[in-house]
Design a protein around this ligand. Structure first.
Ligand SMILES: *[C@@H]1O[C@H](CO)[C@@H](O)[C@H](O)[C@H]1NC(C)=O
Ligand SMILES: *[C@@H]1O[C@H](CO)[C@@H](O)[C@H](O)[C@H]1NC(C)=O
Ligand SMILES: *[C@@H]1O[C@H](CO)[C@@H](O)[C@H](O)[C@H]1NC(C)=O
Ligand SMILES: *[C@@H]1O[C@H](CO)[C@@H](O)[C@H](O)[C@H]1NC(C)=O
Ligand SMILES: *[C@@H]1O[C@H](CO)[C@@H](O)[C@H](O)[C@H]1NC(C)=O
Length: 532
């Protein structure tokens, strides 16, 4: 052990046992159940005189270890070891690690970052990288043989952590599964504040009460769902939908004119301007440059996170009507070191400042650096729900575009090692709206855990065709290119015993799933991936 590291805890977990820190781990209190026999280790690392981070390590029994290493990511500003996302690792013959990112907090809480540059650096990249380096050394020593393959899985902030790591340290992983990455923190988190201001104050005629979003969502679905060729409640191609918002205007004429709508469910012209802004790119007024792309059509059911009126959240100093703490907390505690900062004073200079400071060096926007990851033989699968209401899907398209640009505009030079997967109807990282019921589970970060604390793959379908991590292993270890994965949903959202509701292939960009026009649209066998 290097002098800065201490082992805090070593526990032997029997076959079928459980392990986690419970409520002491505020961010990840969930305890994975039914683990393979393993050794659970907790390590603390002093990262500077004033800062430290911890990481957890699951070491399966030597005869069950298949030479694989897995690092998993975190979410939002959460500080805590993500035991639940480490759990799939040992089931796949992997030793797995997760860092607490250097602090202890829930996902929306940024107060730890105030006047704490060392803490920000830990969150930005240092805790993840240090945990990977030391974690790998411990794994190698424990089994007394080298690691054959290293993997990453994470979504949201986790996605950013994975991208940040492969950009700065191209040898860390052979395969990375990255979901809905919050990769451009200096822009994304300011966009979050900006998009909140569009819908405030609540007394403004431009304000859209969150109670109206199901109505907007229904109209988007009514117009956009048939445009993708199959009317199945899933808006499969929101990026190419021609949506006419004027049908939302008051008085709302129900599409079935025999129904007399006595509701006041409709939007005023002022509210329509807000709606337009939410879907639009945010351009800086001073530089005219893109700050961040707007939300996609079909993301409406998840808008309460950014556009809803929230109850005051004690530690975040937010009022019932202020933008999301993901934005305001970033401004106060990362950027300005000013807890009294008032969101009313938000202006576009914040973006310039954030780019200059890049708090915690958290941005994962060094596209040229991806060449070294490719040269190392690294594989990358980036997935993003097309109904994501928190981190705009188009930000991932932007990431892909910028990578292609860095590779001299050569699409084939990128698609050979980096796949983009857009997931119709999936919200942020997992989940689907009850009116949509899109297949959303394909073995991405936290998707197994969403189905139950004892789950470690897609329930009933733990194979490389349905579980993208297993598909990734085939790609890395056997050279079988990962070009599609079948996603699953169940009759009851998180209940595998309720029976499969739908399965459908997801095809890597620019591929499309095409229905054979004969079979059941809910059966994956009725669909085929086609690439232009
Ligand atoms: C995290 O903070 C909570 C609340 O202060 C505390 O109960 C818990 O022990 C802390 N956990 C760790 C791992 O330090
Ligand atoms: C009136 O609004 C409610 C709630 O949004 C909705 O369920 C109902 O279908 C609407 N009625 C009509 C006739 O559209
Ligand atoms: C923009 O916001 C920054 C940070 O709060 C502030 O220092 C600056 O004065 C503001 N600029 C304008 C033009 O309001
Ligand atoms: C990505 O590039 C394509 C082709 O140049 C363009 O049509 C699309 O708008 C770009 N998307 C984003 C989000 O930058
Ligand atoms: C899951 O579905 C099964 C089968 O419909 C049902 O018996 C069970 O009660 C459901 N479980 C929960 C937690 O709702």
């Amino acid at each position: 052990m290097p002098p800065e590291a201490t082992v805090e805890n070593v526990v032997s977990v029997a076959e079928g046992g459980n392990w986690g820190e419970g409520p002491a781990d505020e961010a990840y209190p969930w305890i994975p159940l039914g683990l393979p026999a393993l050794c659970a280790v907790t390590v603390r690392v002093q990262s500077s005189p004033l800062s430290s981070y911890r990481f957890g390590l699951f070491l399966p029994q030597a005869d069950q270890w298949k030479g694989r290493f897995l690092a998993v990511g975190n979410g939002g500003f959460a500080g805590g070891i993500n035991w639940i996302d480490m759990a799939p690792g040992p089931h796949h013959g992997m030793a797995s690690i997760s860092t607490d990112t250097g602090h202890n907090s829930t996902t929306l809480d940024t107060s730890w970052a105030l006047r704490n540059p060392e803490g920000r650096t830990n969150w930005g990249w240092r805790a993840m990288h240090g945990s990977i380096v030391l974690g790998k050394a411990l794994v190698t020593a424990y089994y007394n043989r080298p690691i054959s393959y290293s993997y990453f899985s994470g979504c949201s902030t986790g996605g950013r952590q994975g991208l940040r790591e492969i950009q700065a340290f191209p040898d860390s992983f052979d395969g990375a599964l990255v979901g809905a990455p919050a990769w451009w923190v200096s822009h994304l988190n300011n966009w979050i504040t900006k998009v909140g201001t569009y819908n405030l104050p609540t007394s403004s005629p431009t304000h859209i009460p969150i109670s109206l979003t199901p109505f907007i969502a229904a109209e988007v679905q009514r117009q956009c769902d048939p445009q993708d060729g199959v009317t199945d409640s899933i808006v499969s191609d929101p990026l190419n939908c021609h949506f006419d918002p004027s049908t939302l205007l008051c008085p709302y004429i129900h599409p079935d004119v025999t129904i007399v709508d006595t509701n006041t469910t409709c939007l005023t012209p002022s509210q329509l301007t807000t709606l337009h802004k939410v879907y639009s790119d945010y351009l800086s007024s001073s530089t005219d440059q893109l700050v961040y792309p707007g939300l996609t059509l079909s993301s409406e059911p998840q808008w309460s996170l950014l556009l809803g009126e929230r109850s005051p959240i004690p530690f975040t100093n937010t009022t019932a009507s202020s933008p999301s703490p993901f934005g305001t907390g970033y401004a106060k505690d990362f950027l300005l070191d000013d807890p009294a900062w008032d969101w009313h004073s938000y202006n576009d200079s914040m973006v310039t400042l954030a780019d200059e400071i890049n708090p915690g060096q958290a941005n994962a926007n060094d596209f040229a650096a991806l060449k070294a990851y490719q040269a190392h033989g690294g594989k990358l699968m980036l997935y993003h729900g097309l109904a994501d209401g928190l981190v705009p899907t188009k930000g991932s398209l932007l990431y892909y575009n910028k990578t292609i640009e860095a590779f001299g505009g050569d699409l084939d030079a990128v698609t050979s090692w980096f796949k983009l997967l857009l997931v119709p109807g999936m919200q942020h990282c997992w989940n689907t709206d009850s009116q949509v019921q899109a297949p959303w589970n394909f073995g991405g970060a936290t998707q197994s855990a969403a189905m139950g604390l004892g789950q470690w793959s897609v329930p009933g379908y733990s194979d490389a065709r349905h579980d993208a991590m297993m598909g990734m292993m085939e790609w890395v270890e056997q050279g079988k290119e990962l070009k599609e994965v079948v996603a699953t949903s169940w009759n009851e959202l998180w209940n595998a015993s309720s029976g499969v509701r739908r399965q459908r292939p997801l095809c890597v960009w620019p591929g499309k799933a095409v229905w054979d026009r004969l079979g059941d649209v809910d059966d994956a066998a009725s669909w085929k991936c086609e690439w232009p």
